[in-house]
Write a protein that binds this ligand. Structure first.
Ligand code: PAF
Length: 283
């Protein structure tokens, strides 16, 4: 596996692969790899000739009071894990390579970024994501890019950018990978002390409880949400949001008649965690 730090070198590697008729798969990441990341790499490895994983802790998607400086970083460990998955290139640029002096462009997706994490963290967050992902697509020019469904809203934002800017890349959403007790894997789980780690299991249990109510035939949004609210309250968790939204438009759903995104964000101990389930419209 090659580790590449410059855009020029990254572009040259892709040009060589393309000249040989190879397809390119990209897994954009911020490092601190866990099984969720590795599952994306495996999907890419199975489908593409050249597999590129980007490792870049993107400063523009972090707010002033967020965890940019403490975000877990261990490039040597990440490189070993990526190599073990058969990744061909780890693209790990410095911030100045991505945002050189004079950088002045930002991509803003309107509408779907006004809710959930866009409302909770602020508009800057998805502007930062959309801008860096568009740059990565420009640099790596992948045929397919792989994203985890845990960041469901991020996937919708990226799909919107791809459609609106006519980018030639297919976005593949990959299932959430969970710990044995249901906690969604996240690089931020390392912030959890043992008590918070236990408390955090309530997020998925809350979503499961809501899904069970939906599974019994209930369509009323408030009744479905109430089941999740009870589990969170029992675990002493006050969510930043717990909402039912249309899977494509992110409009509020009051009755589940078609597939709906049940999404939660909460501070648990020192971590801000998100999770979601898709509730089917047709049970
Ligand atoms: O999901 C992430 O890790 C980041 O938001 C991404 C897509 C790599 C952009 O920085």
């Amino acid at each position: 596996m090659r580790i590449i730090g410059t855009i020029d070198e990254m572009r040259a590697a892709v040009r060589t692969a393309r000249a040989a008729g190879q397809t390119v798969g990209l897994v954009p990441t911020m490092g601190a790899f866990h099984e969720g990341h590795l599952s994306l790499m495996r999907r890419a490895r199975a489908a593409s000739d050249l597999v590129v994983v980007s490792l870049f802790v993107n400063p523009t998607q972090f707010g002033q009071n967020e965890d940019l400086s403490s975000y877990p970083r261990d490039e040597a460990r990440d490189a070993a894990l990526a190599e073990n998955e058969g990744v061909d290139i780890l693209f790990a640029p410095e911030a100045a390579e991505i945002y050189p002096d004079g950088f002045a462009t930002s991509i803003h997706v309107s509408g779907i970024t006004d809710v959930l994490d866009g409302a909770s963290r602020g508009a800057f967050h998805f502007d930062g994501v959309a801008t860096v992902v568009t740059k990565l697509f420009g640099i790596v020019a992948p045929d397919v890019a792989y994203f985890g469904q845990k960041d469901a809203q991020q996937i919708l934002v990226v799909r919107r950018v791809v459609a609106d800017l006519n980018l030639e890349v297919r976005i593949e959403a990959c299932p959430i990978v969970r710990e044995a007790d249901g906690l969604a894997m996240s690089s931020r789980n390392v912030y959890l002390d043992p008590a918070a780690r236990q408390q955090a299991t309530a997020l998925n249990r809350a979503l499961d409880a809501a899904a069970a109510v939906r599974g019994s035939g209930e369509r009323d949004g408030e009744r479905i949400l109430d089941a999740a609210r009870r589990v969170l309250a029992d675990a002493d968790i006050t969510p930043e949001y717990l909402e039912l939204r249309d899977v494509l438009t992110l409009n509020t759903v009051t009755r589940v008649e078609s597939d709906a995104l049940l999404a939660v964000a909460a501070r648990v101990g020192a971590a801000r965690l998100i999770d979601n389930h898709i509730l089917k419209g047709d049970v």
